[in-house]
Design a protein around this ligand. Structure first.
Ligand SMILES: NC(=O)c1ccc[n+]([C@@H]2O[C@H](COP(=O)([O-])OP(=O)(O)OC[C@H]3O[C@@H](n4cnc5c(N)ncnc54)[C@H](O)[C@@H]3O)[C@@H](O)[C@H]2O)c1
Length: 290
């Protein structure tokens, strides 16, 4: 999406951290920005910190009704939304065998179901726009490369990567562009915020996670947001912002390709043209239903 000025953006998780910084960078480009967050106390502070540049809506990304109310109110206030930034997220966990199912489920609902609900609601509206629209999903390098002790977070971000790769195919050739962002560490209050939200919704009390220092040494959110907005303007689908992961990413993908190996050794070769034809029919049915 090259022309941002004058358009309306809706940024989830905008009460602080990465969401707030992306909202500020979009406002600098001349966008009219709504920040949305479940943390209404921090949302008010964020509007003050923006110097009144942002509108704000309460949003629980896990709740479809909440999405509808927040989007309707944002569109009434600032006009049709051309850009959705899904940045709301939580993390935390323990090794499988010692983790809490309630937290695991909540992490999936916020990080994976949330972006789906937003896109599911906004895509039909964005298709009606005469101009370009864009969806930005903030995943993580943990969405490509799983690290032990973070199964809930890894699984949720892998799901978000899967959702976004699907959108890329479904929206190809439409007026809606997509970007998938893979942050490494960014200096935010992610861990404390996540622990407070988890404590609110489960019986799991906040406790030190051991990763606070890693985030404290991370990239400044403003610098991160600058890279994201530059990527969106350039029409990039994959937006990487952090070095240091090359060898792990290569090992992750090379390992799979090495296991797949020479496909002529398989008895049953699948004809992908048939698969593509069947998928084309589902896409046509979806277009007729929309
Ligand atoms: N900070 C990092 O190092 C880092 C690294 C990789 C990925 N990320 C991702 O970046 C995104 C932003 O994280 P951040 O670092 O800015 O942390 P943050 O805690 O500042 O921002 C996340 C926001 O999401 C909000 N939120 C949580 N649950 C919600 C819900 N149900 N509905 C609406 N809002 C909700 C929180 O209140 C918070 O304001 C997250 O998706 C996170 O997974 C962050």
């Amino acid at each position: 999406m090259t022309k941002l000025a004058g358009r309306a953006a809706f940024v989830t998780g905008g009460a602080g951290g990465i969401g707030f910084a992306i909202a500020a960078a979009l406002a600098d480009e001349g966008m009219r920005v709504t920040i949305a967050d479940v943390a209404t106390d921090r949302l008010g502070d964020a509007v003050s910190r923006s110097g009144g540049r942002f509108a704000a809506q309460r949003l629980d990304v896990t709740d479809e009704t909440s999405w509808r109310e927040a989007i309707d109110a944002a569109e009434q206030a600032l006009g049709a939304i051309s850009m959705l930034v899904n940045s709301a997220g939580i993390g935390g966990g323990a090794a499988v065998g010692a983790d809490a199912p309630a937290r695991w489920k909540l992490v999936q609902e916020v990080n994976a179901l949330g972006p789906f609900l937003g896109a599911n609601l906004l895509i039909p509206r964005m298709r009606e726009l005469e101009s370009a629209a864009h969806i930005v999903n903030v995943a993580s390098l943990a969405g490509l490369c799983a690290t032990p002790s973070m199964s809930a977070y890894n699984a949720s971000k892998y799901a978000l990567v899967g959702l976004t790769d699907t959108l890329r195919g479904e929206l190809a050739g439409s007026n809606i562009g997509v970007s998938l962002v893979y942050p490494g560490t960014v200096r935010t209050d992610f861990i404390a915020n996540a622990q407070n939200i988890i404590a609110d919704r489960t019986n799991i009390a906040p406790r030190p996670s051991g990763t606070e220092n890693l985030l404290a040494k991370g990239m400044a959110p403003e610098e991160f947001a600058r890279l994201v907005v530059a990527g969106v303007k350039a029409g990039d689908y994959h937006i990487f912002t952090h070095g240091g992961w090359g060898a792990r990413l290569a090992a992750h993908f090379d390992d799979r390709m090495a296991a797949y190996g020479d496909e002529s050794r398989f008895e049953g070769g699948q004809d992908l043209t048939e698969l593509d034809r069947a998928i084309g029919a589902i896409m046509d049915q979806s277009a007729n239903r929309a």
